[in-house]
Design a binder for this molecule. Sequence first.
Ligand code: GAP
Length: 436
Amino acid sequence: MNEQQQKMENIISLAKRRGFIYPGSDIYGGLSGTWDYGPLGVSLKRNIMQLWWKMFVDEREDMHGVDAAILMNQKVWQASGHVDTFTDPLVECGECHGRFRADKLENDQKCPTCGAEHSFGEARQFNMMFKTNVGPVDDEASVSYLRPETAQGIFTNYKNVVDTFYPDIPFGLAQQGKAFRNEISPRDFIFRSREFEQMEIEYFVDPAKWEESFEHWRQQVWLWTQALGLPDDQVHELEVPEEDRAHYSKRTIDFEFDFPIGREELLGLAYRTDFDLMNIQRAAGRSMEYTVKGSNTKFVPHVIEPSFGVERTLMAVLSAAYTEDEVNGEKRIFLRLPHHLAPVKFAISPLVRNKPELVERARDIYQRMKQVHGAVIWDDNGNIGKRYRRQDEIGTPYCVVVDFETIEGDGTVTIRDRDTTEQRRISVDDLVSGNI
Ligand code: GAP
């Protein structure tokens, strides 16, 4: 195992040990390609998703949010091309009957599971959408799919939003939510899952001006990766060649990240042209034209789509934050998470547990901190050194200890910085008001 593989193993192990991410249905032996978020994982994930919403919806004038149903009329997926083309090439081993994605096989003459040497033959196209039926009748008319991208829930609401809000063009619609793909080979922790979450923007533009909006979103993506604390030199743009682009795209830049599993796609920026709105116009028989305010100029807008996967973002954040160093001759693991993403901001401890006066004062400070900062935990387990190690591993920026000086001396508490491990004294008022 090389250093990066070991790092990946360490992150997976920490994620489970500390309650970030567990294998899905673990208690029944798991369900491949699914993951469950524990108390810290759900906080980290929400912090990422809320930051995205703040940056791309709340802080902008040209963006609106939507939240469409996951189950949609099957016509959505026929018109979008997903029923016909959302496929991966599938091959099967004649010996062990293992099934693999043909384009991901390292050696197309040897089965990666049983080692049998043979040709896999012609790949068949496997549609990755999960099919289901809506209602009690199991027939063609009731067929629906778990959405494989959140984007279509935005396109199908474009007309609703234009009719109710009539935003100036260019404008964007944003959505966050679950997406499902029946991946042939889920792999690499949460990187390729069968159920995952997306954060997508469809940005509607004048067809003549698509390039400037594409450039704008390219810069926004860099601001986003910086806000996540990802080092610029670990993020790379890949201009996707025509033959590798999705069926709807005329230009795509994949933003890749140097994960411990290698350089892989983190998110995508695509120029979807009028592909989706024209398909809807044809299939639904409704005009998708936009009339520019105060003029007779009409057009079906073109679309720039920045598409972000939450799981890959979270995995990049964990990878960038995972750090090992040495403190007083002992190895230490800590998550150097940006403070605004850390699931816990402060851990409050009494120096000892058997002095009621001390514990009471510490509880009082803890309650005040919780009211103001929310993500604050009480930690009185084990000795102070163990508490620091535990908090370092979950990325808590500050540990606060209430000691005898707090109750008998000048009322200050000790605050310890996660990254430097330095400790200093601070007044409780400064602590509560965040004046640190
Ligand atoms: N609407 C465009 C679209 O869905 P995509 O490149 O197929 O484009 C966008 O997916 C993002 O969704 C990817 O960059 C990735 O972050 C995430 N994603 C896609 N498939 C995934 C999977 N199986 N597991 C985890 N994340 C996935």
